[in-house]
Write a protein that binds this ligand. Structure first.
Ligand code: PAF
Length: 312
């Protein structure tokens, strides 16, 4: 069987199964995606959705692998959603590598849904948005106004189109995961949300489609993001209070030339509120910073036990 994706396969094309190494059915229209999923359902198969914006790397593939353990078949959506990009963000420059992406999914995804912006938003900007509440007002939400409404709107559309049993999201976008979980709870959406652990390169950098924009020296600088959040988590393990642990991470970043910090904080991972020094339990250390012109985010879990100390 050819490893070239059978682009534009008709809706009568037999679907592939996860055990087959054949190309996924590639659909571009809402109608074809619905038909492809319907055929899977008719065979009694459960369906996992992995929403992506393409430019797939090992991090995305680990989401697909996790999805395969949770459902019979996996649908991957590839759509660079204009509604979640701000006017000054990298929508036009966002990498689009559909042929490579479909090739990478051979044998693991049954269906790829890769619509155009016109297919998803035929009337232009949607008149109806799914707008999150307070959870989306801090951190990414504060720095990227409208971003999470764009994310939730496209996720809602994808859920209605694919009607998956489960959907897998990367923990790298921890606030996105929290916001999606909250939408599903608030709106009684019958989809189980699964978070997939962050995949890192051997040097510790979190895999991201945006890493490809980094020069060699910027990449070396970017490593300090994961080092800083790891240092904060270590401080927590050593019994240091959140404010002092956070200060360690910030000073590590501030000591590096070429890093412009947006935030580094320690938050309750379901509400995305900063924890105070009375906090005990599981939290998440989150960071966002610009290295050159590339904006990167990362996070790691941290546990603060009772009886923590004020200083490192
Ligand atoms: O995380 C992403 O790649 C996007 O925000 C998502 C979930 C695919 C929605 O467009």
């Amino acid at each position: 069987m050819s490893d070239v994706p059978a682009a534009e396969q008709s809706s009568t094309t037999p679907v592939t199964t996860p055990s087959s190494a054949s190309s996924p059915v590639l659909t571009h229209s809402v109608a074809d995606a619905r038909a492809a999923v319907r055929r899977l359902r008719e065979r009694g198969l459960s369906v996992a959705l992995v929403p992506t914006m393409g430019a797939l790397h090992a991090g995305h593939l680990s989401l697909v692998e996790l999805a395969r353990t949770q459902a019979d078949v996996v649908v991957v959506s590839i759509f660079v959603n204009p509604v979640q990009f701000g006017p000054t963000e990298d929508l036009a420059a966002y990498p689009r590598t559909l042929d490579d992406d479909v090739r990478l999914l051979a044998g693991s995804a049954a269906v790829v849904f890769a619509p155009s912006a016109e297919e998803m938003y035929p009337d232009g900007w949607p008149q109806t948005l799914v707008t999150p509440g307070e959870i989306a007002t801090r951190y990414e939400g504060a720095l990227r106004p409208g971003h999470f409404a764009g994310v939730l709107t496209v996720i809602s559309k994808l859920f209605h189109i694919v009607q998956p049993d489960i959907a897998v999201f990367g923990e790298k976008d921890a606030q996105q995961l929290a916001v999606v979980r909250r939408m599903v709870a608030d709106l009684d959406v019958p989809v189980r949300i699964v978070g997939a652990p962050i995949r890192r390169d051997t040097d510790g950098i979190a895999l991201s489609s945006r890493n490809r924009y980094l020069s060699e020296s910027e990449r070396a600088t970017a490593l300090f993001l994961s080092r800083a959040i790891t240092a904060v988590a270590e401080q927590a393990r050593d019994g240091v209070y959140p404010s002092a642990a956070r200060a360690v991470g910030i000073s590590l970043l501030e000591a590096q030339a070429g890093i412009e910090i947006d935030y580094l904080d320690i938050v309750d991972e379901s509400t995305f509120t900063a924890v105070d020094d009375d906090f005990t339990g599981d939290a998440r250390v989150i960071v966002a910073a610009r290295v050159g012109t590339t904006r990167l985010i990362d996070n790691t879990p941290a546990h603060f036990g009772a009886g923590t100390e004020e200083t490192a």
